[in-house]
Structures are given as C-alpha cells and as structure tokens.
Design a protein around this ligand. Structure first.
Ligand code: NDP
Ligand code: 8X3
Length: 249
C-alpha cells in the first residue's frame, strides 16, 4: 500500500504490532514514542520491509509534538494514516482515594496528547482532502467500571472526539474511526499498576486479546475501499462479555 502512516505509542503493545503489520504491506512508517532505544531497534527491524522514520516526543509536551511533526522530512511529511494509539491507565482506585497525578497523566496523555498530535497532522489532510485517522479508544470508553472513573472518562472523551472529528472532517473526505478493544495483553497493566504484582493476574485464567489481534483489525480498517469507513469497532476477547464479566478457568 503506497501510504504513509504515523503511529503514536509505537514502542510497545498495540502500536508496535501495528507497525509490524503495516510494514508487511509496505506502508511507510513514522514511529513515535519516548523510549529511544526501542524506537531505534524497531526502525532497524522494519527498515527491511519499508521506509521508517522515528520521532521521540512525549505527547503531553505540546511544543515538542508540534515541533517534531513539523520537522518531518519531505518524504514522510504527507501522512495519510494517523494512528492515535499512545495512552495508558494510571492506577485503579475509587474516586475518593484516586491520585491527582494519575488523573493528570491520563487526561494529559489519552485526551490532550491525542489532540496535540491530531492538531499537527490534520491541516495536511484537509489540504490534500484525504486521510484516515484511527483513534484507539477502549471498551472503557463505552462503559464505566468500578474504580475505572478517570481512565473511563478519558476514553469516553476519545470517543466523543472521534465523533466530532468525523463530523468536522466529513467535508474533506477524511475517514475517522475508533477501535475500542477490551482486555489486550500488553504493557498496559504494568503501567497501570506501576510494575506491581496486581498486573500479573489481569491476563491470567483466560485467553486475552493479543496486540497482533488489534493490529490485524487496524490494517483491515485502513485497507477498506475508499467509500467504506469502519466508524466504531468494539472488540473483546471471547472470554470477556463486558468490562466486569470475564470467564476465567
Ligand atoms: P502499552 O503500555 O504496551 O503501550 C503504550 C504506548 O504508548 C507505548 O508505546 C508508550 O511508549 C506510549 N506512550 C505512553 N505514554 C506516552 C507519552 N506520554 N508520550 C508518548 N508516548 C506515550 O499499552 P497498549 O498497547 O495496550 O496501549 C495502547 C493504547 O490502547 C492505549 O491508548 C490504551 O489505552 C489502549 N487500550 C489498551 C487496552 C489493553 O487492555 N491493553 C484495551 C483498550 C485500549 P513510550 O513509553 O516509549 O513513550
Ligand atoms: C483497557 C481495557 O478494561 O482495562 O482500556 O479498561 S480495561
């Protein structure tokens, strides 16, 4: 596919699996994240199949986001596909004891970070009257679960922003999609529980989704014909019925 994709959160989990999947189809890649070493090893591995450029920035730093994306060389500047994937949960606490730092992190990364990156990419898409933005939401953007409060709020916001983008960018022929996974086995729970033991039990006793399952769906979404837009996809592992109902052995 003769396209350029920019993927945030490409150093791990869903973003990294998507980078691998896209590389197999010859999609040129702009890979973003904060861990420089991981960006470099990914670039080395994927450059065998496609052209790769890496950008190191924290999505919370709006000047850096705008500067980094403006610095893209000509060959990578016309981003056709934006995968707004960088994000995480911080903590799983009832609202009365939740940490302000955790709340700031989730709103700043999952919501404002997604907006900053989008702000940098959208003008090129509107000018060219084409493009596809995929926002990685969550089942947590569709229902609220106990102690999920602010993470769920951040993902509800992602869904609202996705719908707003789809309306506002409709005159330009730009596709906007939300992919909303349930439980996916990545570094997500390690980050949520700050490396604590609780993370180990999240994906045990059933077959969780794997990052590659979501990457497959993302590639399927970007490879539909021009007149087809998968607007909103909710995907669970078979063992999961909703945010709190998981059949464990
Ligand atoms: P991972 O923790 O494995 O990956 C998160 C990615 O986001 C990393 O590449 C990380 O890179 C990047 N990232 C985190 N914070 C920042 C930041 N401040 N600035 C720039 N990049 C950042 O988790 P997943 O792959 O699971 O998560 C990807 C997305 O999927 C998230 O939006 C998450 O909310 C969503 N999701 C995950 C689910 C799950 O169960 N795993 C289910 C539903 C949705 P680096 O540290 O190098 O910056
Ligand atoms: C991640 C899935 O259920 O941990 O968005 O919120 S969940």
């Amino acid at each position: 596919m003769n396209k350029i994709a920019l993927i945030t959160g490409a150093t791990s989990g869903i973003g990294r699996a998507t980078a691998h999947e896209f590389s197999k189809h010859g999609i040129k890649l702009v890979l973003c994240g904060r861990r420089q070493q991981l960006l470099e090893s990914l670039e080395k591995a994927l450059s065998r199949d496609t052209d790769v450029y890496t950008l190191n920035f924290d999505v919370r730093d709006r000047e850096k986001v705008l500067e980094a994306i403006a610095s893209l060389p000509k060959e990578f500047r016309n981003v056709d596909i934006l995968i707004n994937n960088a994000g995480n949960a911080h903590g799983l606490d009832p609202i009365e004891t939740g940490s302000l730092d955790d709340w700031d992190a989730m709103m700043d990364i999952n919501v404002k970070g997604l907006l900053y990156v989008s702000k940098a990419i959208i003008p090129g898409m509107t000018e060219r009257k084409s493009g596809h933005i995929i926002n990685i939401g969550s089942s947590a953007g569709k229902e609220v679960y106990p102690k999920g409060n602010v993470y769920c709020a951040s993902k509800h916001a992602v869904l609202a922003i996705t719908e707003g983008m789809r309306i506002d960018l409709n005159p330009y022929g730009i596709k906007v999609s939300a992919i909303n996974p349930g439980l996916v086995e990545t570094e997500f729970s390690k980050v949520r529980f700050k490396g604590g033991k609780q993370a180990d039990s999240v994906y045990s006793g059933y077959k969780a989704l794997q990052a590659e399952d979501i990457a497959d769906i993302i590639y399927f979404t970007v490879s539909r014909p021009a007149h087809v837009n998968l607007a909103d996809v909710l995907v669970f592992p078979t063992a999961q019925a909703n945010s709190v109902t998981v059949k464990k052995t």
